[in-house]
Design a protein around this ligand. Structure first.
Ligand SMILES: Cc1cc2nc3c(=O)[nH]c(=O)nc-3n(C[C@H](O)[C@H](O)[C@H](O)COP(=O)(O)OP(=O)(O)OC[C@H]3O[C@@H](n4cnc5c(N)ncnc54)[C@H](O)[C@@H]3O)c2cc1C
Length: 483
């Protein structure tokens, strides 16, 4: 998605390092002002960091004490999703969250969550009897003894959210650089001179460090605060959409001191997600899953929803949380001038992200950035028609206008050639980028039937050779050797 691979890439008012959900929300918020903004990402596409592999929950505002910034931003951010969905057209449903106590001694924990939610301003939160809980979520185990209901909680496709945010930011003038890994920064007069691993230069008056798991390395590159981001891995099982165990709401157990526990999550696209685990890791690239952890997940999930069956499992994956103490670290650097730190954005970072955008915009103003609203800022992105959301009559009209709507490429998720082409034309040219944009390769066969057809469409649309196409950028070529 790089606009240019060579030469100096330009001079900006603000450079945001990291195109995960935090950086994307910040860049889009800044795009509403008369500013030159760069969004810089080391991977081949946006949302390829922590923001691609998480539970996809818009949290209900009761898990954290309001003394923490993350609790306050969670509640503010959570309330912003309805408007954002109307503007940005990403999958989001406010289906509500239930927390189920399975023993009487867990009911105290439910009481604490309830009080915390009320103090935080979580709308509509309710303590539930066993009967009320089972009425709200009939697939829950009949052994539950009571619990909590948070109607404000919801589910979202996290990568589609980031793609839409970035599309909106670009539409309003933000320049996106992908495959651009920041390795050093030098202050020259009143600007930062940023250098990439392949020697390219971007200059910016202000910089926001939203580099997720690598925010510690980026901070050091600026000679700023010396902190260490600890990885905490979370593994998941994904169940096919045909499962009989799909709850209507997100189901949480009563949390422990260190984790929200392992959940049963009805995804916004109709599948079911089980997990995540929580294990410390020093390897920030280790996304392997293990049989032992996955067995723990199954046991825990079946305890909440007994109908869950291992035979519905279609894949497993892992994400890594960026942990830096208990809270988010979002502040003006005390050591490096004109640098804003956005680090330690662990859960509920996805929920809080729209509020993080607001918060960082205010910090930049405090640090001296002049904000003048754009008269012509356009919050809306163009809707991409999806075959599976259309009636047969509507689809027929689309096919008449473009026969590519009549060619189903991914049968499991019912994705047409026209949708693959739309993804490529928006700059998603890796297999993973196309997968996250369209859902092709995400169904029961996990790309077994459609990968080859997608490769051919990428070659036709981009002119790339078969051995240039990658799964997710450098080091992940799909095909090699002799044909
Ligand atoms: C297992 C798990 C479950 C979670 N579940 C939820 C949930 O249900 N709800 C919720 O609200 N939150 C959840 N979270 C938290 C949420 O996913 C994160 O808070 C959020 O995605 C963090 O986004 P980010 O933009 O800060 O980081 P990232 O998404 O990691 O983005 C940082 C970006 O910076 C880039 N980068 C790094 N170094 C450089 C460099 N040198 N140069 C250029 N670019 C660089 C990276 O490639 C990356 O794309 C979960 C997290 C995990 C791991």
């Amino acid at each position: 998605m790089s606009p240019s691979r060579e030469g100096i890439e330009g001079r900006f008012d603000v450079a945001v390092i990291g195109a995960g959900v935090s950086g994307a929300c910040i860049a889009r918020r800044l795009s509403a002002y008369e500013l030159r903004v760069a969004l810089i990402e080391k991977e081949e596409d946006v949302s390829f960091g922590v923001s691609k592999a998480n539970s996809g929950i818009v949290h209900g505002g009761f898990h954290h004490n309001k003394k923490y910034l993350k609790a306050r931003l969670e509640v503010q951010g959570g309330m912003m999703f309805d408007r954002l969905k109307a503007e940005l057209d990403f999958p989001f449903v406010r289906c509500g969250i239930v927390v189920a106590a399975m023993h009487d001694d867990e009911l105290r924990g439910i009481g604490q969550l309830y009080s915390q939610g009320v103090e935080n301003g979580a709308i509509g939160i309710e303590m539930c009897s066993r009967e009320r809980l089972l009425e709200l979520e009939p697939r829950l185990s009949p052994d539950c003894v009571g619990g909590l209901y948070a109607p404000g909680g919801g589910i979202i496709e996290p990568y589609r959210f980031v793609f839409s945010l970035v599309e909106s930011a670009r539409k309003n003038g933000v320049v996106l650089f992908t495959g651009w890994k920041l390795v050093s920064a030098a202050r020259e007069e009143l600007a930062w001179r940023l250098r990439s691993s392949d020697g390219r230069i971007v200059e910016a008056s202000y910089v926001v460090n939203a580099a997720g798991l690598h925010a510690d390395d980026v901070s050091r590159a600026f000679g700023a605060e010396d902190f260490r981001i600890q990885g905490r891995k979370g593994e998941y099982y994904l169940l096919d959409r045909l499962t009989k165990a799909k709850p209507d709401r997100v189901v949480f157990p009563v949390p422990s001191a260190s984790s929200k526990g392992m959940l049963v999550i009805p995804t916004v696209e109709g599948t079911v997600l089980l997990g995540p685990t929580a294990t410390s890791t020093d390897d920030k690239e280790d996304f392997a899953t293990s049989r032992v952890e996955l067995e723990t997940i199954l046991r825990s999930a079946k305890n909440l929803v007994p109908a869950i069956s291992e035979s519905d499992v279609i894949t497993s994956f892992a994400g890594i949380r960026s942990v830096l103490g208990e809270d988010f670290y979002i502040d003006v650097s005390g050591k490096a001038p004109a640098l804003i730190q956005v680090a330690g954005i662990q859960s509920p970072g996805l929920t809080a992200s729209p509020a993080i955008g607001e918060y960082v915009k205010d910090l930049l103003k405090k640090a001296g950035l002049r904000l003048v609203e754009k008269a012509d800022w356009d919050p809306f992105v163009d809707k991409v028609p999806r075959a599976k959301d259309l009636t047969p009559f509507e689809l027929d009209e689309f096919v008449k206008a473009d026969p590519a709507f009549g060619n189903i490429v991914c049968r499991c998720e019912r994705v047409t050639e026209a949708e693959i082409v739309a993804a490529i034309r928006r700059g998603h040219t890796t297999l993973d980028g196309i997968k996250y944009f369209t859902r092709a390769q995400m169904g029961r066969c996990q790309g077994g039937f459609c990968t080859y057809r997608i490769l051919k469409i990428i070659m036709r649309e981009t002119g790339m050779a078969w051995d240039e196409i990658t799964k997710r950028g450098e080091g992940s070529r799909v095909l090699g050797g002799e044909l």
